[in-house]
Ligand binder design. Structure first.
Ligand SMILES: [Zn+2]
Length: 112
């Protein structure tokens, strides 16, 4: 197997991992294996798969998962600030901040 076909194979596998479905019908142009990915049909032989793979799909699930991570980090930071904060007004501000973080966290879908 040549390097480029090995590469194509790896990219096809990566596409399938991301949810692409292999089609029964071969490509009409080159008889290569076709996959359906995000509603479009690509030939794994002559289409530029690396181009498809490099365009990052922005999904709500991914975004909410990173937001959850960010909120947890911020939550922890605010907690450690609150721990050492002596000023009552600053504590009040920190507590309402924590409350907002927690509220937002609760609104996010459970990470799978
Ligand atoms: Zn083709």
């Amino acid at each position: 197997m040549s390097d480029s076909s090995k590469e194509k194979m790896q990219m096809t596998v990566e596409l399938m991992r991301r949810g692409a479905v292999m089609l029964k019908d071969p490509c009409q142009v080159c008889n290569g294996v076709q996959v359906r990915y995000h509603g479009k049909i690509y030939c794994t032989n002559h289409d530029n798969l690396s181009g498809i793979l490099s365009t990052t799909e922005v999904t709500y699930a991914d975004t909410s998962a990173s937001l959850r991570e960010l909120l947890l980090i911020k939550l922890r930071d605010a907690m450690s600030l609150l721990e050492t904060e002596k000023d009552v007004e600053s504590q009040d501000a920190l507590v309402s901040l924590l409350l907002k973080y927690v509220e937002l966290l609760n609104k996010l879908p459970e990470s799978s």
